[in-house]
Design a protein around this ligand. Sequence first.
Ligand code: FES
Length: 159
Amino acid sequence: MTNVAWNSRELSVGQLAERSGVAVSALHFYESKGLIASRRTAGNQRRYSRDTLRRVAFIRLSQRLGIPLKTIKDALAELPENRTPTRDDWARLSAAWRGELDDRIEQLQRLRDDLTDCIGCGCLSLDRCALANPQDRLGAEGPGARRIDTRICTPTTCR
Ligand code: FES
Protein backbone atom coordinates (compact mmCIF):
# COMPACT_ATOMS: atom_id res chain seq x y z
CA MET A 1 0.00 0.00 0.00
CA THR A 2 1.33 3.37 -1.06
CA ASN A 3 1.15 6.16 1.46
CA VAL A 4 -0.28 9.37 0.10
CA ALA A 5 0.16 12.42 2.26
CA TRP A 6 -3.21 14.02 2.97
CA ASN A 7 -1.99 17.32 1.60
CA SER A 8 -0.29 15.87 -1.47
CA ARG A 9 -1.42 17.92 -4.46
CA GLU A 10 -0.47 15.35 -7.05
CA LEU A 11 -0.75 11.60 -7.36
CA SER A 12 1.27 9.07 -9.31
CA VAL A 13 -0.71 6.65 -11.47
CA GLY A 14 -0.20 3.93 -8.82
CA GLN A 15 -1.53 6.20 -6.08
CA LEU A 16 -4.48 7.23 -8.23
CA ALA A 17 -5.24 3.57 -8.95
CA GLU A 18 -5.03 2.69 -5.29
CA ARG A 19 -7.17 5.58 -4.11
CA SER A 20 -9.80 5.22 -6.84
CA GLY A 21 -9.90 1.43 -6.97
CA VAL A 22 -9.44 1.61 -10.74
CA ALA A 23 -6.72 -0.42 -12.47
CA VAL A 24 -3.68 1.42 -13.79
CA SER A 25 -4.47 0.09 -17.28
CA ALA A 26 -7.97 1.60 -17.08
CA LEU A 27 -6.52 4.95 -15.99
CA HIS A 28 -4.14 4.88 -18.95
CA PHE A 29 -7.10 4.06 -21.17
CA TYR A 30 -9.13 6.98 -19.78
CA GLU A 31 -6.16 9.24 -20.41
CA SER A 32 -5.74 7.99 -23.96
CA LYS A 33 -9.41 8.83 -24.55
CA GLY A 34 -9.01 12.32 -23.11
CA LEU A 35 -11.18 11.74 -20.03
CA ILE A 36 -8.39 12.53 -17.58
CA ALA A 37 -5.08 14.32 -18.00
CA SER A 38 -1.70 14.28 -16.35
CA ARG A 39 1.54 16.17 -16.52
CA ARG A 40 4.92 14.49 -16.95
CA THR A 41 7.75 14.83 -14.48
CA ALA A 42 11.35 15.33 -15.56
CA GLY A 43 11.66 11.53 -15.31
CA ASN A 44 8.65 11.15 -17.67
CA GLN A 45 6.33 9.86 -14.96
CA ARG A 46 2.66 10.80 -14.91
CA ARG A 47 1.36 13.07 -12.20
CA TYR A 48 -2.37 13.68 -11.72
CA SER A 49 -3.88 16.57 -9.86
CA ARG A 50 -5.71 15.45 -6.76
CA ASP A 51 -9.13 16.36 -8.20
CA THR A 52 -8.63 13.65 -10.83
CA LEU A 53 -9.92 11.29 -8.13
CA ARG A 54 -13.33 12.92 -8.34
CA ARG A 55 -13.20 12.87 -12.11
CA VAL A 56 -12.46 9.13 -12.07
CA ALA A 57 -15.35 8.57 -9.63
CA PHE A 58 -17.62 10.47 -12.02
CA ILE A 59 -16.45 8.33 -14.95
CA ARG A 60 -16.95 5.06 -13.04
CA LEU A 61 -20.43 5.97 -11.82
CA SER A 62 -21.44 7.04 -15.29
CA GLN A 63 -20.10 3.80 -16.73
CA ARG A 64 -22.08 1.82 -14.18
CA LEU A 65 -25.18 3.50 -15.61
CA GLY A 66 -24.14 2.24 -19.02
CA ILE A 67 -23.29 5.69 -20.33
CA PRO A 68 -20.84 5.40 -23.26
CA LEU A 69 -17.36 6.87 -22.75
CA LYS A 70 -17.92 9.29 -25.62
CA THR A 71 -20.99 10.73 -23.85
CA ILE A 72 -19.07 10.95 -20.57
CA LYS A 73 -16.23 12.73 -22.34
CA ASP A 74 -18.67 15.18 -23.93
CA ALA A 75 -20.25 15.85 -20.52
CA LEU A 76 -16.85 16.51 -18.95
CA ALA A 77 -15.85 18.75 -21.85
CA GLU A 78 -18.91 20.94 -21.21
CA LEU A 79 -17.65 21.88 -17.77
CA PRO A 80 -16.00 25.29 -17.67
CA GLU A 81 -12.20 25.21 -17.89
CA ASN A 82 -12.28 21.42 -17.79
CA ARG A 83 -12.99 21.53 -14.08
CA THR A 84 -13.93 18.53 -11.98
CA PRO A 85 -17.69 17.80 -11.80
CA THR A 86 -19.36 19.26 -8.75
CA ARG A 87 -22.33 17.86 -6.86
CA ASP A 88 -24.62 20.09 -8.95
CA ASP A 89 -23.03 18.89 -12.19
CA TRP A 90 -23.64 15.28 -11.20
CA ALA A 91 -27.23 16.04 -10.20
CA ARG A 92 -27.90 17.75 -13.54
CA LEU A 93 -26.24 15.09 -15.68
CA SER A 94 -27.66 12.12 -13.81
CA ALA A 95 -31.16 13.62 -14.16
CA ALA A 96 -30.61 14.02 -17.90
CA TRP A 97 -29.34 10.45 -18.21
CA ARG A 98 -32.27 9.01 -16.30
CA GLY A 99 -34.45 9.23 -19.40
CA GLU A 100 -31.89 7.25 -21.41
CA LEU A 101 -31.74 4.67 -18.64
CA ASP A 102 -35.53 4.36 -18.65
CA ASP A 103 -35.47 3.81 -22.42
CA ARG A 104 -32.83 1.11 -22.12
CA ILE A 105 -34.73 -0.62 -19.32
CA GLU A 106 -37.86 -0.62 -21.47
CA GLN A 107 -35.88 -2.04 -24.39
CA LEU A 108 -34.35 -4.75 -22.20
CA GLN A 109 -37.76 -5.67 -20.81
CA ARG A 110 -39.05 -6.08 -24.37
CA LEU A 111 -36.04 -8.28 -25.21
CA ARG A 112 -36.64 -10.34 -22.07
CA ASP A 113 -40.27 -10.86 -23.05
CA ASP A 114 -39.24 -11.89 -26.58
CA LEU A 115 -36.65 -14.25 -25.11
CA THR A 116 -39.34 -15.87 -23.01
CA ASP A 117 -41.07 -16.93 -26.24
CA CYS A 118 -37.78 -18.42 -27.49
CA ILE A 119 -36.99 -20.49 -24.43
CA GLY A 120 -37.44 -24.11 -25.37
CA CYS A 121 -38.08 -23.22 -29.02
CA GLY A 122 -34.82 -22.82 -30.92
CA CYS A 123 -36.47 -22.27 -34.33
CA LEU A 124 -34.61 -18.96 -35.01
CA SER A 125 -37.25 -18.43 -37.66
CA LEU A 126 -37.28 -15.05 -39.40
CA ASP A 127 -41.05 -15.39 -39.71
CA ARG A 128 -41.84 -16.30 -36.12
CA CYS A 129 -38.97 -15.27 -33.85
CA ALA A 130 -39.10 -11.70 -32.54
CA LEU A 131 -35.42 -11.86 -31.55
CA ALA A 132 -34.21 -13.04 -34.96
CA ASN A 133 -36.30 -10.44 -36.78
CA PRO A 134 -37.47 -7.71 -34.39
CA GLN A 135 -40.73 -6.08 -35.52
CA ASP A 136 -40.33 -7.90 -38.84
CA ARG A 137 -37.76 -5.33 -39.99
CA LEU A 138 -36.47 -7.68 -42.67
CA GLY A 139 -39.98 -8.08 -44.07
CA ALA A 140 -40.19 -4.32 -44.61
CA GLU A 141 -37.17 -4.56 -46.94
CA GLY A 142 -39.11 -6.70 -49.37
CA PRO A 143 -39.57 -10.35 -50.21
CA GLY A 144 -36.80 -12.93 -50.42
CA ALA A 145 -33.62 -13.56 -48.52
CA ARG A 146 -32.30 -10.49 -46.68
CA ARG A 147 -29.22 -11.76 -44.93
CA ILE A 148 -27.06 -12.84 -47.83
CA ASP A 149 -23.80 -10.92 -48.06
CA THR A 150 -24.04 -9.24 -51.44
CA ARG A 151 -20.61 -7.62 -51.41
CA ILE A 152 -18.66 -8.37 -54.56
CA CYS A 153 -15.63 -10.42 -53.76
CA THR A 154 -12.78 -12.00 -55.63
CA PRO A 155 -11.32 -15.48 -55.06
CA THR A 156 -8.59 -13.90 -52.92
CA THR A 157 -10.98 -11.97 -50.66
CA CYS A 158 -13.72 -14.64 -50.33
CA ARG A 159 -13.23 -17.95 -48.62
S1 FES B 1 -36.26 -19.18 -31.34
FE1 FES B 1 -38.26 -19.76 -31.88
S2 FES B 1 -39.42 -17.98 -31.41
FE2 FES B 1 -37.37 -17.39 -31.04
